[in-house]
Structure formats: C-alpha cells, structure tokens
Design a protein around this ligand. Structure first.
Ligand code: MRU
Length: 348
C-alpha cells in the first residue's frame, strides 16, 4: 500500500503531492513549522491526511522541545496546536486530530507523567490516529462496495484516495474494495480544476492499481451522464454538518446536481472524524479561499490576463438533499441524515 505519510527516525516523511505524477519526491519535515507549511502548501492534502500530519507535527514538536518545566512544555504544546489549527480551515479532521492530541496531553499531565512520558504518549497517539485512519478506510470501503454493482461506471471528483488519507482512501477505498471483491469497475476521474487532484493524483493511484480509469475535464461530466455513461458517483468529504450537508472539493456540488438531474446515485465516503455534529448545517462550514495563482497558472504558465480578478474557493457545500448515502467505517447513513448521523456517531 502506498505510504502517504510516515514517522521515520524522529522526522515526518511525506510524498510531495504537488509533484505527482511527474516525480515521486519525498519531503522530510523535522520541525512543526515545516509540517504546517507542508499542509498549507499542499505537499500533503486531503482531510484525513491533514489530520494525521497535524497530529504527527505536534508529537514531533514536543519531542524536540527543550522546555524544562511543565508550564513551558504546556505553553509550547498549545502554541504548536494553534500553529496546526491555522493551516487550513475547512477539513474538520484537522481540528478533530488536534483535539485528540490535546486530550492525550491532558490525560498524561493529570496522571502525573513526566515530560519524557508525555512525549511518548503523544507519539503513540499520533501513530494511533494514522493506523486507525487506514482501518477506517478499509472498513468504509467494504460498506460502500456493497452499493457498487458489478460493471459499474463510477465518477469521482478530486482525490479521496490513499494520498488523501493515511492509506487506501475513502471514495477510492470504496472503488478499491469493490474491485477486490471481484466486481468489474471503471472510473471517470474529474480533472478537478484548479489544483488538478483528479487528473494528477486519482488517475495516478488508480492506474497503479490496474483499475480502468478515464480522466475527463470537469465540464464533461454532465454530457457523459446524459449519454448514460455514469452509474454512480462517489466522492470524499472535508466536513459533514449535522444535517448531512457535505463540504468537499469545489465542483462537487455541480456534480451532485447533475447526478440528481440524471437519476444517478450520489454517494459520500468519509470517516466519523469528518462528521461535525457541532455545525448544524453547511452554512456554518468555513470555506478556504486559496491563492489566486492556482487559478491563473498551470505550472509555470500563466493562463489569465493581468488585471482579471480571480476567485479560488477551494470547497463547496452540497446540500443533504442531493446525497443518496454516506458511507462510514460503522456503516451507511441514509436520509434523514440528521437522525442517521447522530445515531452512528453515538454508537461509541
Ligand atoms: O484541497 P484538498 O486537496 O485538500 O481537498 C481534498 C478534498 O476535497 C477531498 O475530496 C477530501 O478531503 C476527502 S479526502 C479523503
């Protein structure tokens, strides 16, 4: 399985997703600011992967901390948590992972652990977040695969694969699990402007796995649906509000509306760490606005004239009424999502 991010000899190593598929380059982060920068600049991206990176970054910072007293240690811990929380606002997995690290820290302190022991507990927690994410993806893949008929032609948007998680993927996990179960599947990967996660990353992953993959530009999806060439859509999510509204990569909403217009099921695959019951609906989800250069340029080449204003909202919200089902590691949620999400989250 492709390792997206690894803890290696006191450093965090991640594949540089900005360089794929042209080059497989590994970036080694030795400090928390380096990890925060890697998240912000999309060396690593995808909601669960961002959470794992932040947790590892916090553990790394505390391992390197020179703090002598507990108070100084706690201040540094809080500062690192704040640094990670300031990287990207939309994926709730980031804040979920930071909260987990804070709970581990508080439990260790309350138990009278020494600084050395706290360091150890934080590393264990970060690795647990990593490993649990892979297990969740595999479980959610099996849940979602039951909804995939043999021969399905599946459209996906962005990259919700191994690269966006600790491994295996959410939406691509469903596709992988269906393929592993012996179903014949083929994938239409939306290119996903402006960062091209679909063209570059989804296609790279699926081709490596030997899954039949066709890349299309985002504006082709409707025409292909109308021609009867899409049987279902499955995407990931960055945050799912309590009522089932789904924030995901910009363009997901358009795909969902098109799917509804053509009577095609629209599925979302996401771990429980993506469900945010504290946000009642999509209107409360912060949408990240990314640098205009992602729109004005492809690589070094400028596409747009100087002087044209640019918008680059990185995510959109798909209202719950367009969502057929949400696959989680605990099972599938169906409408009404207010009820089914609350129920699945509270099954702890
Ligand atoms: O801006 P990105 O590349 O971090 O956005 C990623 C997505 O929108 C994914 O679809 C989402 O995080 C789900 S990943 C399993």
């Amino acid at each position: 399985m492709l390792p997206t991010i690894e803890w290696q000899d006191g450093a965090i190593v991640m594949i540089d997703q900005r360089r794929l598929p042209a080059a497989e380059v590994w970036v080694r982060c030795r400090t928390a600011p380096e990890v925060a920068r890697a998240i912000k600049t999309m060396v690593i991206r995808g909601a669960p992967a961002i959470g794992v990176a932040a947790a590892m970054g916090i553990a790394l910072a505390m391992r390197r901390s020179q703090a002598t007293g507990t108070r100084q240690f706690a201040t540094e811990f809080q500062k690192t948590c704040d640094l990670m929380a300031g990287t990207r606002p939309t994926a709730v997995n980031l804040f979920w992972a930071i909260e987990r690290m804070k709970r581990a820290f508080a439990a260790a302190v309350q138990g009278g652990a020494s600084a050395g022991e706290i360091r150890g507990r934080l590393e264990v927690e970060a690795k647990a977040i990593h490993d649990e994410d892979v297990a969740s993806c595999r479980a959610m893949g099996r849940v979602g695969a039951a909804f995939v008929p043999d021969g399905a032609r599946i459209l996906t948007h962005c990259n919700a694969g191994a690269l966006a998680t600790a491994g295996y993927g959410t939406a691509l996990g469903v596709i992988r699990a269906a393929a592993e179960a012996g179903k014949r599947v083929s994938v239409l990967a939306d290119e996903t402007r402006p960062f091209l996660q679909g063209a570059r990353l989804t296609a790279w992953e699926l081709v490596r796995d030997g899954i039949d993959t066709t890349v299309i530009t985002d504006n082709m999806a409707g025409a292909l649906m109308r021609q009867g060439l899409v049987d279902l859509v499955v995407v990931g999510a960055d945050r799912i509000a309590a009522n089932g509204d789904v924030a995901n990569k910009i363009g997901t909403y358009s795909v969902a509306v098109l799917a509804r217009a053509h009577g095609i099921p629209f599925y979302v695959a996401a771990p429980l760490s993506t469900i945010d019951l504290a946000t009642p609906d999509g209107a409360g989800i912060p949408i990240e606005e990314r640098p205009s250069r992602e729109v004005t340029h492809v690589g070094p080449s400028r596409l747009t004239p100087e002087g044209a204003k640019i918008r680059n909202p990185a995510f959109d919200v798909t209202p719950n009424e367009y969502v057929s089902a949400i696959f989680t590691e605990r099972g599938a949620c169906t409408p009404p999502f207010g009820e089914s999400l609350r129920k699945i989250v509270s099954q702890d």
